[in-house]
Design a protein around this ligand. Structure first.
Ligand SMILES: Cc1cc2nc3c(=O)[nH]c(=O)nc-3n(C[C@H](O)[C@H](O)[C@H](O)COP(=O)(O)OP(=O)(O)OC[C@H]3O[C@@H](n4cnc5c(N)ncnc54)[C@H](O)[C@@H]3O)c2cc1C
Length: 570
């Protein structure tokens, strides 16, 4: 029910790393906030190896002391291994024995503001998530645990968050809602914002093992607590090895879903069969005890057509999920809370919770996750490049910067641009020695493509139906940028398009035939000329309607994205 004074300023759905850190930031700033968490913690959760950019958030939240007291294993670096006997699939690590693993140490590159830390952590997520949620409570956040949010009503005044206590339906009102529900993507589903990534449809199966001898691969004692990524001689398949305690190790197989389905075996058999392709890992595992049931996770990469809207934000996995090959998820969750809370504080101060108030967050997060996504795409497409760049002293620290999770400050990191250019070169030259090493996951990942925000364009509906503009295709071919709206209204539109490095004018290809707007049922095509030399990464513009008194001009933003398996916001 809406009332003039809402119960809370901010309602947060989900108490994982995104929700808890968001609640910590807000409570620390004196904001009255509530977290709804459907589970009773501690509960197991995948995502146990962090990257160093997480530490910045722990510092902000005065949480580093607790991380040390919990004695989580320190993570100083990462190792990638391949079989010394069989050739690795699309990996140029052929012939490397475990002694010749490719590794990096975080202390090779100092991170601003964290010069005193050359490590991050591996965590038991049951324990870690509980600690962070309790920390939020201690800082002043209200926590309703064991409470599953059923729906959010965005009423005319404030959103109401509905949940059940026993058979009774209850609600609280808030000034705004932050969705941190993880891969449940609660608001993304309710508001139909989700775009499935058809390329990265990986599947994981994992468990914990006691007594797995980490020395078998470490060779050096200093490497014992690194994360190990073991590549298998099976297409796009790898194993993570993450220390949880001195004796307990988390191991999980990540593969493409189609590999799993093909095996026609049950899940446990599939795990052992796959691990068997690296006999040393299988042998070491068989000497240990599995202490948890196997758990599987599937179908998990996706984006959202918008990361914020009027009175809501999507943070952490609720806003975006990228393949976990570089252990990115928790760091993205924590850092998205770091960025998002700043916009929320400003929105509270101005009492303006419209989408425009959250644009800094959207821009920053899209930039960071785009960089991750491109790095991952390059990696799967031609992973020899990863080895090549990390072994080149000119680029090693730039690659390390990405691996540390410092991905939010640059639109196009130079090393990524170079990597993408090399991928294109190899793709175009069949005689290139690396051509045969091209992976099949991201075949056209770098085809120029413009993605825009269909959700926002819904606002162009001339106040008729919200779905009027829900479909828009933006394509670029040579110099032309075309925006095709599936528009049931015949409108006369004038639009201008401006990018950072270009100016262009959009003119309607189909104009209204004299009638004022919002009447007929015809598609509208807008075209613009784009100078291909400027390589615009993002375009912002304003579309306004001629002769439609009820239509207000609409700002829009279109960003060039790597192809997410047809996952543009079309
Ligand atoms: C196979 C795999 C391996 C991974 N490995 C790593 C890794 O090594 N390192 C890494 O950093 N990340 C990894 N990740 C990613 C990591 O798990 C996530 O990115 C991270 O947990 C995101 O945090 P979050 O707070 O956004 O979501 P979550 O941690 O999922 O938290 C969401 C919370 O919301 C609650 N919730 C959901 N719906 C509702 C509702 N309706 N009402 C109330 N509460 C609700 C859930 O119970 C949950 O506690 C991996 C992921 C996968 C799938």
């Amino acid at each position: 029910m809406n009332s003039s004074v809402p119960d809370f300023e901010v309602g947060i759905i989900g108490g994982g790393p995104a929700g808890s850190s968001m609640a910590c930031y807000l409570a620390k700033a004196g904001v009255k906030c509530v977290v709804f968490e459907r589970e009773l913690f501690p509960r197991p959760h995948v995502g146990e190896s962090l990257v160093p950019s997480s530490t910045r958030v722990f510092k902000d939240l005065d949480f580093l002391g607790q991380m040390e007291e919990a004695k989580f294993p320190h993570k100083f670096g990462a190792v990638w291994t391949t079989d010394d006997e069989k050739p690795a699939y699309v990996h140029d690590l052929e012939g490397l024995s475990p002694e010749y693993n490719v590794d990096i140490r975080f202390d090779e590159r100092k991170q601003e503001g964290m010069e005193d830390r050359n490590y991050t952590y591996h965590v038991d997520r049951g324990k870690f998530d509980l600690m962070l949620l309790k920390h939020a409570q201690k800082l002043g956040a209200t926590v309703y645990d064991g409470v599953k949010v059923a729906r959010v009503d965005f009423g005319p005044e404030h959103p109401d968050v509905y949940f059940n206590i026993g058979p009774k339906e209850m609600s609280v009102s808030c000034k705004m809602v932050v969705d941190c529900s993880g891969r449940q993507t609660f608001l993304g589903n309710q508001l139909k914002l989700k775009i499935q990534d058809k390329v990265f449809d990986q599947y994981a199966i994992h468990s914990w093992f006691d007594g797995y001898d980490r020395k078998v691969f470490a060779k050096r004692d200093t490497n014992l607590d690194y994360i190990y990524i073991h590549f298998l001689p099976i297409s796009n398949t790898w194993i993570w090895q993450i220390p949880i305690t001195d004796t307990v190790t988390s191991l999980g197989v990540v593969t493409q879903k189609k590999n799993f389905a093909k095996s026609k075996e049950d899940r446990e058999k599939f795990f052992w069969q796959t691990v068997g392709s690296r006999p040393l890992i299988a042998e070491t595992l068989r000497k240990s005890d599995r202490i948890r049931p196997f758990k599987d996770e599937g179908d998990y990469s996706y984006a959202m057509s918008q990361l914020a809207g009027d009175r809501f934000m999507l943070v952490g996995d609720a806003g975006r999920f990228v393949d976990p090959i570089f252990s990115t998820g928790v760091s993205i969750a924590l850092n998205s809370a770091r960025f998002a809370h700043k916009d929320i504080l400003k929105a509270i101060e101005k009492n303006d919770f419209s989408r425009a108030s959250f644009s800094d967050y959207e821009t920053k997060l899209r930039r960071g996750t785009k960089n991750w996504y491109e790095f991952i795409s390059v990696y799967y497409r031609l992973n020899v490049l990863f080895t090549y760049f990390i072994s080149d002293h000119n680029y090693r620290l730039d690659v390390l910067k990405l691996l540390q999770g410092d991905v939010y400050d640059e639109d196009a990191p130079e090393v990524l641009t170079k990597m993408k250019a090399m991928v294109s070169k190899v793709e175009q030259n069949e005689k290139h020695p690396w051509h045969k090493l091209l992976g099949d996951l991201t075949s056209d990942a770098f085809r120029p493509q413009i993605e825009t925000d269909a959700g926002r364009l819904a606002a162009l509906s001339c106040n008729k139906s919200a779905s009027a503009f829900s479909s828009v295709v933006i394509s670029q071919s040579g110099k032309s940028l075309a925006l095709t709206f599936n528009n049931p209204s015949k409108i006369s539109a004038l639009a201008t398009l401006e990018g950072k490095s270009l100016k262009a004018t959009i003119v309607p290809a189909r104009d209204a035939s004299g009638k004022s707007g919002c009447e007929d049922d015809q598609p509208l095509m807008l075209t613009a000329t784009v100078d291909p030399n400027t390589e615009p990464r993002s375009l912002t513009g304003v579309i306004s309607m001629n002769g439609c008194p009820s239509c207000s001009p609409l700002e829009f933003h279109a960003a060039r994205q790597p192809r997410a398996g047809g996952g543009g916001a079309h």
